[in-house]
Design a protein. Structure first.
Length: 59
């Protein structure tokens, strides 16, 4: 079996390599999206804590 035959995947290269590429892309994007969501949640929690402190200081 030659390298070109391997890369051709028996005529299914578009499906195989397309699936491989999409999976690799999603595996890269998932941690980035999780980090973004985590930071947004931490900022939201920080705002809530600050608001609670302001309300408790006013009373």
């Amino acid at each position: 079996m030659s390298v070109s035959e391997f890369l051709d995947m028996g005529g299914y290269a578009l499906y195989v390599w397309g699936s491989f590429g999409l999976t690799a892309l999603l595996m890269v994007l998932e941690p980035m999206l999780l980090r973004s969501r985590r930071n947004a949640t931490l900022r939201r929690i920080g705002r809530i804590i600050r608001l609670n402190r302001e309300v408790s200081n006013e009373s």
